[in-house]
Design a protein around this ligand. Sequence first.
Ligand SMILES: Nc1nc2c(c(=O)[nH]1)N[C@H]1C(S)=C(S)[C@@H](COP(=O)(O)O)O[C@H]1N2
Ligand SMILES: [Mo]
Length: 478
Amino acid sequence: MGLGAAEVVAVFTGALSSPLLAVGGVVVDTVPAPVKDFGIAVFGTHDKTALLTGTAVLLAAYAALIGIVALRSWLWSYLGIALFVAIGVGAAVTRHDAGAGAALPSLVAGGTAVLALRLLLPLARDVEPQPDLGGSRRRFLLGAGAAAGVAIAGGFGGRLLTSRRAVTEARKAVVLPEPTTQAPTVPASAVTSNEDFYRIDTSLYPPQVDPSTWELRIHGMVRNPITITWAQLLQRPMIERYVTLACVSNEVGGDLIGNARWLGTSLKDLLDEADPLPGADQVVARSVDGWTCGSPTAVLRDGRDALLAIGMNGEPLPVPHGFPARLVVPGLYGYVSACKWVTELELTRFVDFDAYWVPRGWSALGPIKTESRIDSPRDGSKKAAGDVMVAGVAWAQHRGINKVEVQVDNGPWTVASVAAPVSVDTWVQWSYRWAATKGDHTIRVRATDAAGETQTSTPAPPAPDGATGWHSVRVSIG
Ligand SMILES: Nc1nc2c(c(=O)[nH]1)N[C@H]1C(S)=C(S)[C@@H](COP(=O)(O)O)O[C@H]1N2
Ligand SMILES: [Mo]
């Protein structure tokens, strides 16, 4: 009941002040890397749901324990609730940008828990001495059931109201400016829709940023600190580009990669205006929720289409993808470049500042590695003998793909046909017509980038700077 009440209060004090989300956020920020990697390996992009469900189950067990303790000692049960409140308050007030009311949901949760205990305990006491007489068990179960009902209604009602208060309306009202330079048209099959685009971030509830109050501040080691508002951003020249975004956690053959049409203004131009001081080799982008990433200043200024993006596939950025503004940098993994809900760019030096993932064991520099993937046929599938189309994607952002080769079993490497690349910053689609013969076969793929470098066969895990190895699938031909 406490948690349910807290969700209702958090409608007004901010989603992240809910004890469940605040404590969950602390867990996300502090779990040791192996535990986090295990969570992602087991639950994939459902890791957040898994974390919140697990926490709720643990807390239900804790509440039951408090109830049992209360049958023997009020003092200990109150201390148990106080501990729960202390953890909730501690987590909520120490989150980045915590508001004045951050402690309130946890405090109300504690008060509600005490109240629930006082109401239910007398009913529970009646059960003990004479379990089968006078319907005492039934009264207790009814009381407990009613409490659970109120709790669930509060919890879900609160979350529903929170989503109503979200920036959905503000997002709908945004009219994207026309691009000054347009992206070429590309086949729909080479574009990932916003719905299918992978989502990776540390936030348990996506930050709700109203464009009317949004600002981007560029400061630190610059001659000319600048701040731009949403209205000023919309006035800037906008370019439209297809850029393939990839997550460093993507396993060989994985799907934490997507290609979208981004609309945004040149990051290089913004940085030129701020005029970085010599030696400022790192641009730290900071999100409204305190998350940071660091990109090499030289990379952002080398002329590639590094964007302060506001549009994704013709729409304002979806909220989980960074509305109203985020960074998109071709050639760098997301964790070192793609800051969503961005509000600050701080020019600094790599020796002076470690962004979010660096102390957690990931490399400070994260250029995307040349990789390729087989999408069809699927691993483990069965096909009839004869012509089988083998197809997939290959990427080497900002270098470009030169060649894709396919190998069946231990046969020769054969060059696959590659669709005309959109740009060096996007993946390419490749295909190979295979004359499949009866039996079990292994198909492998490897790509060579435009610098002539062939994707390494040596398998490496995602940490610390991206997975390597050749993707293969096993197919049985009958
Ligand atoms: N604010 C914020 N931005 C973030 C992250 C984050 O945790 N918080 N994660 C980054 C990572 S690791 C990746 S791979 C990309 C993913 O972007 P997407 O969710 O739009 O696909 O966002 C990046 N930007
Ligand atoms: Mo990532």
